[in-house]
Design a protein around this ligand. Structure first.
Ligand SMILES: Cc1cc2nc3c(=O)[nH]c(=O)nc-3n(C[C@H](O)[C@H](O)[C@H](O)COP(=O)(O)OP(=O)(O)OC[C@H]3O[C@@H](n4cnc5c(N)ncnc54)[C@H](O)[C@@H]3O)c2cc1C
Length: 396
């Protein structure tokens, strides 16, 4: 009787060919490349170009619009491998999934106009304008307004913060209020916000100002200001007032994909730590021979493996068209926490060298910290699970 291997089970690594190809591409972008960018707060143009040309960023776009038409688990494999190789997809991951709002809710004309160019990389749609300084996580309290001037134009006023990649994107997906909050009944709490595609090439310095924000890691994030910025009415996505629902429907994909990056980060930290624990010899033996060094590595590995199962479950549900809201949230929470625990373990395993720039650990440590806060913080995931899964009273 033939012996079964993991390859015969649902737990085999998904998309092995994609993983091999992405790994090979990432070899060209070593630690020195990322360290230089990190120091200069530069944008990884060559890396993004290589990913675009290889077609990895258009993997989720249907074939009829020039993409690969693959599912979320294929995109997850790409992002996990990028992070596992020590690279960082934050500069361009949104090019993969922001277009989902146009795909799901845009008109036929909008899809034909934008998706082929996004697929080829000719047009970048990787800026997502939702968070505002005063409303933060409380998205329904956002204050940026889009007022219809005539049938052809909306006038946008307000401010967004943490609009990542705005300086490296042609288009921004913008969520703005089209009905004043005081005119909304409580029953329609989630209505009154609308989604627009803003062509930043047209509006920059004509009502749109972008200011970079320096952050703890190299993230190319910005704050953006709208001062009577004009947006053609044809750039409204879907139905006016339904924007919050459209944005929410895209968030599950984002959460699964970010979770996959966290799994990749965690595996990078673990591999680094294992190698170092075997090589570094003190008191006449490898430090990895001490249980005090082994256990945190083994624990981090266990946590990443468990989180990976949750990420796979969320991706599977998403691909099957089943509401993956709870699972995508839980996957993102578990993966981001497991990655952060692995980061902490990796620094500790390396002792002082964990702090040295040339080991890349301190850079990845700073990068991995983000994902328990963004794109949604751990508390908000727990709020969601408590209220919507467990039926507990809403706490806020
Ligand atoms: C580097 C970076 C890049 C980002 N990129 C983007 C982007 O491209 N586009 C975009 O729109 N946004 C982006 N964000 C914003 C990100 O999504 C938010 O920072 C995140 O959702 C948290 O919102 P906040 O920062 O306003 O925190 P707040 O909403 O002010 O929350 C602060 C803290 O209070 C907690 N909290 C708040 N309310 C509750 C409650 N009811 N119960 C329990 N705890 C609560 C939160 O969990 C959090 O820990 C980015 C953020 C960062 C840091």
């Amino acid at each position: 009787m033939a012996t079964a291997t993991i390859a015969d089970t649902p737990y085999a690594p998904t998309h092995p060919e994609i993983r091999d190809a992405v790994r090979a591409l990432c070899l060209k972008f070593d630690g020195a490349y990322w360290r230089t960018l990190d120091r200069e707060r530069g944008y990884p143009t060559a890396f993004v170009k290589a990913l675009t040309e290889a077609g990895w960023l258009s993997i989720l776009i249907p074939e009829e619009y020039g993409g690969a038409g693959l599912g979320i688990s294929a995109a997850s494999a790409v992002l996990e491998e990028i992070h596992r190789a020590g690279c960082n997809a934050a500069a361009c991951h949104a090019q993969m999934y922001i277009m989902g709002t146009v795909l799901r809710h845009g008109s036929k004309e909008q899809k034909q106009r934008y998706l082929p160019k996004i697929a080829s990389g000719e047009m970048r749609l990787q800026a997502f304008g939702v968070t505002e300084p005063s409303s933060g996580t409380d998205t329904l309290s956002l204050r940026t307004t889009a007022v219809k001037k005539n049938n052809s134009t909306y006038i946008v006023n307000g401010q967004k913060v943490w609009t990542s990649r705005a300086e490296h994107s042609d288009l921004m997906l913008l969520l703005a209020r089209t009905t004043p909050k005081e005119q909304q009944g409580q029953a329609k709490r989630t209505e009154g916000l609308s989604v627009f595609l803003v062509d930043m090439r047209e509006t920059l310095n004509k009502g749109l100002t972008i200011r970079p924000i320096r952050t703890m890691m190299n993230h190319n994030s910005t704050e953006v200001f709208f001062d009577n910025m004009e947006v053609p009415a044809e750039n409204l996505i879907g139905v006016e007032g339904q924007g919050f629902r459209y944005i929410l429907s895209g968030m599950n994909a984002e959460r699964v994909l970010i979770a996959s990056e966290c799994i990749g980060d965690g595996r990078w930290f673990i591999e680094k730590a294992v190698n170092y624990a075997k090589e570094r010899k003190l008191f006449g033996r490898p430090i990895g021979q001490n249980q005090g060094v082994q256990y945190p590595i083994a624990r981090a590995y266990t946590q990443i493996e468990a989180a990976d199962l949750m990420v796979r479950k969320a991706a599977t549900l998403f691909e099957a068209g089943i509401n993956a809201g709870a699972d995508a949230n839980m996957a993102k929470m578990l993966a981001s926490e497991a990655a952060w625990a692995a980061a902490e373990m990796c620094v500790q395993t390396h002792g002082g060298f964990g702090f040295a720039e040339e080991y890349d650990i301190e850079r990845k440590f700073r990068e991995a910290r983000l994902y328990t806060v963004a794109p949604i913080s751990t508390n908000m995931v727990l709020n969601f699970v408590a209220e919507h899964v467990l039926g507990l009273p809403r706490s806020y």
